[in-house]
Design a protein around this ligand. Structure first.
Ligand code: NAD
Ligand code: MN
Length: 358
């Protein structure tokens, strides 16, 4: 066992964020003693409510403190009462860029054929990971508007790709593919967006260093179609920040809904941030019906990342068991179970696994 307890920073956030975070922490509390790991939680209050009440946004100095943690966990951010994107940029984008979390890792895995809206698809057909570049593209905020509000208004947003940013993302994806089914698909729009050709060139250049990995490349429109018509063709997808954002909501949909999908914002070897991929879901906030599956799965990814493989696997197996057996019928707001009930079921499953090791 590690001498020092892990220090995990937690940002519950807005809307359903705090609800799903509680359940993820409940499951962590069940798994940790079994795996013999100790941890300490450091909670941060950054949220739209705090901003509305006190005008406080996350200060950039918080980044210094985060660098001393083992990992960060985020529920969700965003509130319709706050100007669009203000809180998401102040917290999430500041952390992603400030800690240089250049990989956004998003597994897409189907646990039961009953969960997917696709016809004639088995769980074995949907098992891919999307590696989304996480610090560049249109999200860098380069651009603006001119002659705002006039008929001659011009709005510009630049897509930025650097050789360094592209190459480190591709290398991460190659290594991931080498540890899986050894197939890497680059998704871009290099035909229409000439700048994205940098992805193709860099891929071709470094591919010989990964001789075990087969590669192909696809335009994003075709990739969207194939994710629906033939998901089994994908193992690891590597793509730009914007396309990864969009394709992973589609990925979440084919695995049974946004409520079940998890992600890691990584800088391999450094403190990284884990979160469900959904937002604060204002339409169901406060109703107690949000699925905590995505948040719990994000906690499993966090544990795996910090090296607590046993705890991570127990949680992953518990989630899979509950969804594939139908005891948790779905990872959306229509499971008939409350957020708390699902969290408790996963925690109980983890404890039971520990009681009867096979
Ligand atoms: P959303 O993900 O919050 O919700 C989209 C739909 O999915 C809604 O119908 C919602 O009810 C449903 N849903 C989401 N999570 C669910 C869960 N766990 N269980 C059951 N159903 C769930 O996306 P949105 O509506 O586009 O955005 C709402 C707010 O969240 C906005 O302010 C947006 O900027 C923010 N947002 C934040 C993050 C983040 O914190 N990382 C990500 C996406 C969106
Ligand atoms: Mn998104």
């Amino acid at each position: 066992m590690r001498e020092q307890p892990y220090r995990i920073g937690v940002i519950p956030g807005d809307g359903i964020g705090p609800d799903v975070t509680s359940e993820a922490l409940k499951v962590l509390a069940a798994a940790a003693p079994v795996a013999g790991m100790r941890y300490e939680l450091i909670e941060y209050p950054w949220s739209s409510a705090l901003y509305l009440d006190d005008g406080v946004l996350m200060p950039e100095t918080a980044l210094e403190e985060y660098r001393t943690l083992d990992a960060l966990f985020l529920g969700a951010l965003g509130d319709p009462r706050v100007e669009r994107g203000v809180i998401e940029r102040a917290v999430l984008m500041t952390i992603r860029l400030g800690l240089d979390l250049y990989i956004n890792l998003r597994p897409v895995q189907l646990y039961s054929a009953t969960l997917t809206p696709l016809k004639n698809v088995e769980p074995s057909d949907v098992d891919m990971v999307v590696v989304r570049e996480n610090t560049e593209d249109v999200y860098v905020g380069l651009g603006g508007t001119m002659r705002r509000g006039t008929p001659d208004e011009i709005a510009v947003a630049e897509m930025v790709f650097t050789r360094r940013g592209v190459e480190r993302t591709l290398r991460y994806a190659f290594e991931l593919a080498a540890s899986r089914r050894r197939h890497l698909t680059l998704v871009d729009k290099a035909n229409a967006i000439r700048a994205q050709e940098i992805w193709r060139r860099t891929l071709e250049e470094i591919a010989p260093e990964y001789p075990g990995v087969e590669t192909d490349a696809m335009y994003v429109d075709a990739a969207a179609m194939f994710m629906v018509t033939d998901p089994s063709r994908f193992d690891v997808i590597v793509t730009t920040n914007l396309f990864g954002d969009i394709l992973t909501d589609l990925g979440a949909a084919i695995q049974g809904g946004l409520g079940g999908a998890a992600s890691g914002n990584l800088h391999p070897g450094q403190v990284s941030l884990f979160e469900p991929i959904h937002g604060s879901a204002p339409d169901i906030a406060g109703k107690g019906v949000a699925s905590p599956v995505g948040a719990v799965s994000a906690m499993s990814m966090l544990l795996d990342y910090i090296g607590e493989r046993e705890a991570a696997d127990m949680i992953g197996i518990a989630v899979k068991e509950l969804l594939s057996s139908g005891r948790v019928p779905s990872a959306d707001a229509r499971s008939g179970l409350t957020t708390e009930q699902v969290g408790t079921m996963i925690a109980d499953e983890v404890r039971q696994m520990a009681a009867s090791p096979d």
